[in-house]
Structures are given as C-alpha cells and as structure tokens.
Design a protein around this ligand. Structure first.
Ligand code: 8YV
Length: 311
C-alpha cells in the first residue's frame, strides 16, 4: 500500500504501534532540529506523546504540518496557540488513561502509607525472623483526601479513595455538578483540611507552581502529597525542602520537573515513593492509546473526522 503521508514520530511508541503506523505512513524518527531540515518540507503530521509534546522549533520548521496526534491526554508541551492559529488539529487519547492513572495514584498512596517498600526490604533482609514485626503503618480509612483538579482522572481517584472509606473534597476552577463530592474553591483551605493532597490537574502555564511552599505548609507535617499530573504543578525545590525537614510527611510521585533527569535529592529521601511516569504505562492502555493515534491519523488523511480531537 502506498504511503498516505510522511510522519514525524517524537518519543517512544510500542513496536506494534510503529508497525501499524508504518503500514500506512512513512515514518521519520525525531533526533534533533538540525537533522529535521532535509525532510521538513515533506512532513505532514506529528505523532508524539503527552510527556514529550512537540519541542519548540519543530512546528515552525514544518510548513506543511496538517495534524498532531498525541499518545496521551497532556498537551502542556505543545504550542496549542500556534496549532490553533495555523488550524492544525490536535488529537488526544481521551478517556483511555483514566483508570490506570487513578489506580497508580492510589498505589502510590498505599505504598507510602502502608510502608510497603520498607516492609518488603525488611523481609528481604531477613529482619522479620530476627527482629519481629516492623513498625506499624498508617491507615487510609477515615482520612481526608483533597483532590486538585476534578476531571475524569480526579473523579476516578475520588471513587477509589471512597472505596477505601476516605472522605473526599476537591478543588478545581469551577464546581463539577456531575459529582456529589464537596467542592473547596480555596486551595490553601483544602490543603489544611486534607491528610492527602492528590494532584490531577493538567500541566501548563495555568497550573505552573500551583502547589507552592504555602500549600505544602498548609498540608502540614502529617500530610502527604500524591502527584500523577505533571511535575510543573509543584514547586519541586519547595517540595524537596518540605520532605527533608519533615514539614510534610511524605510524597508519592509519578511525575517530575525534569523528566527523566530526576533531582538526585529526591532519590535520597526515605519518605517518598517514586515511579518513572508510569500512569498510563500498561500494555492494555498503551495499545489502546497507540491505536487511537493510528486511527486519528488515518481518519485525517482519508478525509474523515478525527475520533478524539482536542480541536
Ligand atoms: C503518557 C501522559 O505517559 O497522557 C499523558 O499526558 O503523560 C501519559 O499518559 C505519555 O503520553 C507517554 O505516552
């Protein structure tokens, strides 16, 4: 079959998805801006991921760019203004990552509060037999979870927290009439109230540094922070200081300011549990997401409406 278009692939895609894409398109893997120059005039589409987005300079270099398909829901690393101005549609994998990401938020919380890693290392070191049981951990039941951002992922986290008998309140730009959870329009008040503050807002300029020193102070020495959103939502230096000084109890983090170059101070802390941006990284979900990218690109280049357009 002849190629429908030349596509720039940014970031990692599963081999099965690359194979599917290559059945319909000519693929070019992004290395750097300099090596883009000779192929730039032919490129009509970008297939990228939520985490990588479209690094600056790429869109400007592609005069015939027609579509950006994102293997993810986050678009904070894409110049959406430029895309809109140039009438370049952007597709995202709407509603495909929700449950896996929400599971990971709860997994981080349970790992942290139930001393999961410590206890496993304790057993592996043979300490159960020689020293008896490890120290007691902390329960989720009757604790308060404040959720920052209450879209599909925030609401899926709320359902899971409620299943663990937690009390849930959320903060967002506006009240969500579809949910019966209480709404708190003041983030500082939410942090003061919460035992666990879970971040589920989109990244980008509007949420940059939203969780700052004051919010962490309000969360307090018994509070924990869970972040499955974007590293940029948190002032990471303030977070590290709070964790080092014990002005918050701990953090479960799947996302960081400079992925994959994690601030080494985070790796030295014993009151954190960390994951390398694994929210949607299951075989099942990544397959669905990847096929969504293939289908959106196919739709575009065969003159059909996009399946899951952002715009
Ligand atoms: C992915 C994400 O890790 O959806 C997003 O925005 O950050 C994640 O689900 C990323 O897109 C890699 O495919």
């Amino acid at each position: 079959m002849s190629s429908l278009a030349d596509i720039l692939v940014i970031d990692a895609y599963a081999p099965v998805i690359l194979k599917k894409l290559s059945e319909h398109f000519t693929l070019h893997h992004y290395k750097d801006l300099a090596s883009l120059a000779p192929i730039a005039p032919y490129l009509k589409a970008i297939a990228t991921t939520g985490a990588a987005g479209v690094p600056s300079g790429i869109m400007e270099a592609l005069p015939h760019l027609e579509i950006i398909a994102v293997n993810g829901v986050g678009t904070d690393q894409i110049d959406l203004e430029q895309a809109k101005e140039r009438q370049i549609p952007v597709s995202v994998t709407s509603n495909m990552t929700t449950n896996d990401v929400a599971d990971l938020a709860i997994m981080l919380l349970m790992t942290l509060r139930r001393n999961f890693r410590y206890n496993e290392e304790y057993m592996q070191a043979g300490r159960w037999a020689s020293e008896g049981y490890p120290p007691l951990s902390r329960s989720l039941e009757e604790k308060r979870m404040g959720i920052v951002g209450f879209g599909a992922i925030g609401q899926a986290i709320a359902r899971r927290a409620q299943a663990s008998e937690m009390e849930v309140t959320y903060y967002s730009r506006h009240k969500r009439p579809e949910s019966s959870c209480p709404f708190e329009p003041d983030l500082l008040k939410l942090a003061e109230w919460a035992d666990v503050l879970t971040l589920a807002v989109p990244g980008g300029a509007a949420t940059q540094g939203l969780v700052n020193e004051d919010v962490l102070k309000a969360l307090g020495p018994h509070g924990v922070l869970i972040n499955i959103a974007r590293g940029s939502v948190v002032d990471e230096d303030a977070l590290i200081k709070a964790l080092q000084k014990g002005t918050i109890a701990g953090a479960g983090l799947d996302v960081f300011c400079h992925e994959p170059d994690i601030n080494p101070a985070l790796l030295k802390l014993s009151n954190v549990t960390l994951q390398p941006h694994q929210g949607s990284a299951t075989e099942e979900t990544r397959l669905k997401m990847g096929m969504n990218v293939v289908d959106n690109l196919l739709a575009h280049f065969t003159g059909k409406p996009l399946l899951t357009p952002l715009f």
